[in-house]
Design a protein around this ligand. Structure first.
Ligand SMILES: C[S@@+](CC[C@H](N)C(=O)[O-])C[C@H]1O[C@@H](n2cnc3c(N)ncnc32)[C@H](O)[C@@H]1O
Length: 146
């Protein structure tokens, strides 16, 4: 692979877009499957949950979340409009899709009311955030205070 191609791939991993973006998203689904499942398995709360995922890509693992937990809502945030659209498409057949909401936004710009969310998770995105402190502060604001 040439240097130019590596740069193109790196840009797509950061923000998947267009036809190549969809291919990269599928490639990430396969490569990150174990990590994503391990992350989801860390959720130990058993009540009805409101969950946010930052950088859900094409949202492949959303149906598994609904199988594993009793979810009141799932909110997926991604700053790639193409990923938001792919996630909407992939979740068309999800019987729980009325509980699924997608947002085209930056990690620190989530449109949520304070103390309304039980879980926020993200896989392979933190190194793309411009200001991780700001994002984590925002997490603190929207998480339910247990
Ligand atoms: C490497 S992919 C990981 C996708 C998926 N979580 C996985 O592990 O397969 C990074 C995803 O996070 C999104 N992303 C990266 N930085 C972001 C930010 N600052 N705000 C919102 N989304 C972001 C990208 O658009 C992309 O869909």
């Amino acid at each position: 692979m040439s240097t130019g191609n590596y740069k193109q791939l790196a840009a797509q991993l950061r923000k998947p877009q267009g036809v190549m973006g969809d291919e990269v998203a599928e490639f990430m689904n396969a490569g990150n499957e174990l990590l994503t499942r391990n992350t989801i398995q860390q959720i130990k709360l058993t009540r009805d949950l409101n969950i946010i995922e930052i950088g859900m890509g094409n949202g492949k693992f959303i149906p598994e979340l609904f199988e594993m937990f009793s979810l009141s809502s799932y909110h997926g945030c991604d700053y790639s409009m193409d990923m938001v659209q792919s996630a909407k498409r992939l979740n068309e057949g999800n019987p729980e899709k009325h509980k699924v909401h997608f947002y085209h936004c930056e990690a620190q710009q989530r449109p949520f009311v304070s103390q309304t969310q039980d879980v926020i998770f993200t896989v392979n995105t933190i190194y793309f955030w411009d200001d991780a402190d700001q994002v984590l502060q925002e997490f603190g604001r929207v998480l339910v205070n247990n």
